[in-house]
Design a protein around this ligand. Sequence first.
Ligand SMILES: [Zn+2]
Ligand SMILES: [Zn+2]
Ligand SMILES: [Zn+2]
Length: 128
Amino acid sequence: MKNLNSNSEAEDTTPHNRMIAGVLVKGKVIDHQTRCTHYHSALDIIAIKFKCCNTYYPCYSCHQEDTDHVAVPWLVDERDTKAILCGACGHELTIAEYLSSHNTCPSCHASFNPNCAKHYGLYFEGVQ
Ligand SMILES: [Zn+2]
Ligand SMILES: [Zn+2]
Ligand SMILES: [Zn+2]
């Protein structure tokens, strides 16, 4: 009888869509905390739900490579939408919660990558 290793997912670094905390994250995901082939530092542990396809991706590049449409940013009056997934604990943050989180998950206190702020304009309307 074979001894199946239930932790094998943690060691599988092949890029593919993954279920993370019960949520499907699409794109070139390489681990169970939402890191992808584009962004995979210790702090790259969030996925963002894209409004255009209502689908979580780890990053903008994953979205562009997986779809044939242009990403649509969330509007200012949609900030109470849950659109950010913490890959460390599986908590879904609203956009308002994320933007005021100071790059720390309000649920598990894991640190998010502050460099994501450079790309906020791609994801959220009206963020400077
Ligand atoms: Zn889309
Ligand atoms: Zn990516
Ligand atoms: Zn968390």
